[in-house]
Design a binder for this molecule. Sequence first.
Ligand code: ZN
Ligand code: ZN
Length: 281
Amino acid sequence: MTVATQNSKKLDPDWLTRIYMASIHAIALLALLPSNFNWSAVGVFFVLYCVTAGLGITLGFHRLIAHRSFEVPKIFEYFFVFCGTLACQGGVIQWVGLHRIHHKYSDTTPDPHDSNKGFWWSHLGWMLHKIEADGDVPRYTKDISSDPVFRFMQNFFIPIQVVLGFLLYWWGGWPFVIWGIFVRLVVVFHCTWFVNSATHKFGYRTFESTDTSRNCWWVALVTFGEGWHNNHHAHQYAARHGIKWWEIDTTWMAIWVLRTLGIARNVKLIPAEVIANRSVK
Ligand SMILES: [Zn+2]
Ligand SMILES: [Zn+2]
């Protein structure tokens, strides 16, 4: 069965993912205990949030691998994908495949997180069910699925997180584990999910596109620039998502630094004349 028939029948629950998500959210609540709080732990949370959400998911999984909007030497590619793997949002091959399917079928039935099915579905609900798109991932990931390092990180993303947890426990005890692993995972989960939910519902449109994508400043703020989602849907190849001076895109700043240092090459950008002649003012 292909993705075209997704949702034509009732979807089965994905109990493994439900238990996984519920457990991480429940354990994160232990941060409310005063004994689990100290400012060093909050500092660890913030650094790992920047590394995993910014360098990992946004720069690595999304702009570098899913869209190939720039190139870096393989060792840097593995570093950024490793940072994304630490976000525990599944493996890079699955993540990239589902994201490419989202762009191909945006806001139609085969889209894994079709926003027409509601905010909850596009934010989280789609992950709690067995969806047809899961079976189509191999067709969309032929360029990365045979890479042994990607496959290792795909298969072992949870053990890798457990090792990080032990390191944090050794360094700073339970407060470091609760804030550096569980609170950080929950925060990064929801920031990423807002790109699928909020930026297909709230904000303004700069470009005409066949989907419901919008530019939403507060999502851009918490996702290192991913909230300029209408700009992105209209020009998926571009490494820079914020195009107006106030559309702050910190991931573009990082890519600019990598390009200036000679590490990033073939950086793809929206041509200036396209921005000047945008179809929605
Ligand atoms: Zn994308
Ligand atoms: Zn989208």
